[in-house]
Design a protein around this ligand. Structure first.
Ligand code: FEO
Length: 408
């Protein structure tokens, strides 16, 4: 656990978590930070918490000691969001002091009881309610439901203009002592931008409409600093992460970037022969593209690419009258995350029967994905020269459509 100063009387406690799957599911090649914040007025409040992830409460004791904060002086625990990466420390915290009040939304209150069998000293807050910590630190609560769970809120310190936004405006990527945009080099900011897209597409994407509503709500506040629950703090240019998140949310319905993601799977290398041909065409067309093989590449990586791409090419064979199963599973996930309105094209091999196309249509309909497909190219066995010619034409057509769509 690490402690850094955000601004006067406000400190960040941060823990990096690596070598786990986030939510038990999402690969994090560069880790993630869990951020907690302490505000010292005449009374002290702690927002969200991380000590449970550091093994024992002793680490929190030590840091509080460094900050000259008596743990027993922490009068308020503010729970912005009940997902256990933010709230899971509560049991550990109770070993430090039992005399504190929890502030959370009505929906969170139920979950505090459900998750931790804790129902006492809970103050339910709603939009625009305030908590006065003294020394000017008047905290205002802002409900931002479904960013990421229905009970989520943000907390705004009116004195310093600091928005403690929890999952909103967060990113993957472990942090160091310099986890502030004003202390990072441009290439480090670029790293966190990429990690923010990965985080957004994996964790928040399905809730892009609530994200847009939350952004509108937060923009009415005089924000000077954005201090999220994951990733770096934005105190030089908080508008950057707000604008980035607005853009990421807009990618849900498209258009996204001038970019194509090729997702493919192959059983015995027959579909793969056409994949090589498609990559060659994308190179010649000089368009940005990503290539992912299923099931080898993680869902998180494929989803990140699909989220930012206006065009998607699928290459997969038929398997037992259906689509190659890992591709079907991935497309279902893209549907659940609401990757909508993509410009698309599919090709693939079949042997004694087709069937992949039928399942593709079923998945698109099931999740109302509204992908606009060029006519698919299916070939029996290996692709012949004439098949490759048609595939090439379709890919060039898709590139043209992507460019027209992005710059319309
Ligand atoms: Fe960072 Fe939805 O938890």
């Amino acid at each position: 656990m690490n402690v850094t100063k955000v601004t006067d009387n406000i400190y960040q406690l941060s823990v990096n978590v690596e070598n786990i799957l986030f939510e038990g599911l999402w690969e994090m090649p560069n880790g993630v930070s869990l951020n907690s914040y302490i505000i010292k007025g005449e009374k002290t409040a702690i927002i969200d918490g991380v000590c449970g992830w550091d093994g024992v409460p002793e680490s929190l004791f030590k840091l509080l000691d460094e900050l000259k904060i008596d743990p027993k002086s922490i009068e308020y625990v503010i729970i912005n969001h009940m997902e256990p990466d933010h709230s899971g420390w509560l049991e550990d915290f109770k070993q430090i002091t039992s005399d504190f009040k929890i502030l959370c939304t009505e929906k969170a209150k139920d979950l505090v009881d459900a998750f931790f069998e804790h129902s006492e000293d809970i103050i339910v807050v709603k939009d625009n309610d305030t908590l006065d910590l003294g020394k000017g630190h008047l905290l205002k609560f802002v409900e931002i439901p479904n960013v990421h769970w229905p009970e989520t809120m943000a907390t705004f310190d009116t004195l310093t203009g600091t928005l403690f936004s929890c999952d909103a405006f967060g990113s993957f990527g472990s942090v160091k002592d310099n986890n502030y945009d004003d202390l990072l080099r441009p290439e480090e900011i670029e790293f966190y931008e990429k990690e923010a897209v990965r985080y957004y597409s994996n964790i928040v994407a399905a809730f892009s409409l609530p994200v847009r509503k939350a952004i509108e709500k937060c923009q009415s506040l005089p924000i000077k600093i954005i201090a999220p629950g994951h990733g770096i703090v934005w105190r030089e240019n908080p508008n950057k992460i707000i604008e980035d998140y607005s853009r990421y949310a807009s990618y849900q319905r498209g258009p996204a970037k001038e970019e194509i993601t090729l997702i493919w799977g192959s059983m015995y290398g027959m579909t793969e022969k056409a994949v090589e041909y498609v990559i060659d065409i994308l190179e010649k067309e000089k368009i940005n593209y990503n290539v992912h093989r299923v099931p080898e590449d993680s869902w998180g990586s494929v989803l990140t690419s699909a989220w930012t791409s206006t065009g998607i090419i699928l290459g997969m064979p038929t398997y037992e009258y259906k689509m190659f199963p890992p591709m079907a599973a991935l497309l279902e996930e893209l549907g659940k995350k609401k990757v909508l309105n993509r410009k698309a094209f599919r090709f693939g091999s079949y042997g004694w029967s087709g069937g992949a196309e039928k399942e593709l249509i079923e998945i698109m309909d099931k999740y109302s994905m509204k992908w606009d497909f060029l006519e698919s190219v299916e070939f029996k066995g290996i692709p012949r020269e004439e098949d490759l010619q048609v595939i090439g034409e379709r890919v060039r057509e898709l590139v043209k459509i992507v460019r027209e769509t992005v710059y319309r």
